[in-house]
Design a protein around this ligand. Structure first.
Ligand SMILES: Cc1ncc(COP(=O)(O)O)c(C=O)c1O
Length: 345
């Protein structure tokens, strides 16, 4: 049979639904409800099609320099991917031997488990970082730590992550997809040259409102960054993506203003849910993970879907009683709350 055994066994990752209809309230994939910087629109409008005749810069030099300036590190310590999902896949290639193990918290970003399966290595889930020790830590060469975590939204203080990085023998990737919505982040760990095993990863998909563009980046020690360059496709980030992401970085204040709006809406939305008796985990992200006061999460999910309001429901044992709701505009959250008032009885 031409398809390998590991792929035949594989259950593919299920991304959040992308409904085709226009008039939906889409709060299921943690996208930003606000548009990207107008500078991105300008770059697209002015993009010289002749540039598409040529291959893009394989080292994304201009974008790398701009990101380096933004996060205060050297360009040589930065790698850019076709979305941070690509960086995760490349890391599984570059940092994990065939008999080694990829670890992460459970629950966290469910793609990690699928990536291990695609790479045909074992994945191990942990309730918390303090459990990553002894027998359980054996053969663990790569740990993927979402911080703030998803789907919980809860942030681990940087000091705790630093202490873990110090005692962990493998490579730690801190996946900071949602860090711009949080009070603190771990970029200082990746910038510190004393740390030889820490990579911090970010994306343009959330705070920068560019999920459709597919650009993510990571910062880390040069030997690890160089390893990622070795295993990437020659032209993994296309010319348009490089140009638009560069415009977004140069106008980062636009992103920060959008983040401020999302965080303010999050505060108001959490207060509304709590008023209705929902249990909401303390979120430092652009989503909340909440347990309904009365009805079953799965029932509310289906009824909302029937009303073209999309949130995310994960059926696993640790997530079954909650819904993950992306923070949208105030208007979208009001529509959702009105529906919840009907459905959560
Ligand atoms: C924790 C986490 N990491 C990475 C990603 C993927 O980001 P990107 O769009 O950059 O591939 C997501 C997307 O939802 C995510 O939740």
């Amino acid at each position: 049979m031409p398809v390998t055994k590991s792929v035949r066994r594989l259950t593919a990752y299920t991304p959040g639904e992308q409904p085709k209809a226009k008039d939906v309230v889409k709060l299921n994939t943690n996208e930003n409800p606000y548009p990207p910087s107008p500078q991105c629109a300008k770059v697209l409008a002015d993009f010289d099609l002749d540039r598409l005749r040529r291959y893009p810069d394989p080292e994304f030099s201009a974008l790398r320099e701009a990101i380096a300036k933004m996060v205060h590190v050297k360009a040589a310590n930065i790698f850019i991917g076709n979305g941070s999902d690509e960086i995760l896949a490349l890391s599984a290639k570059a940092f994990v031997e065939n008999d080694e193990v990829i670890g992460s918290l459970d629950p966290s970003y469910s793609l990690y488990k699928t990536l291990a399966a695609i790479r045909d290595v074992e994945w191990r889930g942990f309730d918390d970082l303090c459990e990553v020790k002894g027998e359980k830590a054996k053969k663990l060469s790569l740990f993927l730590l979402t911080n703030p975590n998803a789907p919980t939204g809860v942030l681990k203080p940087c000091a705790e992550v630093a202490a873990f990085a110090k005692r962990f023998k493998g490579i730690l990737i801190v996946d900071e997809a949602y860090a711009d919505f949080a009070r603190e982040n771990c970029m200082s760990l990746a910038a510190d040259e004393k740390n030889k095993n820490v990579i911090v990863m970010r994306t343009f998909s959330k705070s920068f409102s560019l999920a459709g563009l597919r650009v993510g980046y990571c910062v880390g020690p040069k030997p690890l960054i160089d390893a990622l360059y070795k295993v990437k496709d020659s032209y993994n980030v296309d010319a348009i993506a490089q140009a638009v992401a560069l415009a977004a970085v140069k106008d980062a204040k636009w992103m920060r203003a959008n983040v401020k709006k999302v965080v303010a809406t999050r505060r108001r939305f959490v207060a509304e849910l709590e008023k209705r008796g929902w249990d909401v985990l303390p979120s430092e992200s652009n989503f909340v993970f909440a347990r309904p006061a009365h009805a079953k999460a799965s029932e509310i999910f289906e009824r909302l879907r029937g009303r073209h309001i999309y949130v995310r429901y994960f059926s696993g044992p640790k997530t079954v009683d909650r819904l993950r709701v992306t923070i949208g505009t105030d208007g979208q959250m009001a529509t959702l709350l009105a529906a919840l008032d009907e459905f959560d009885k």
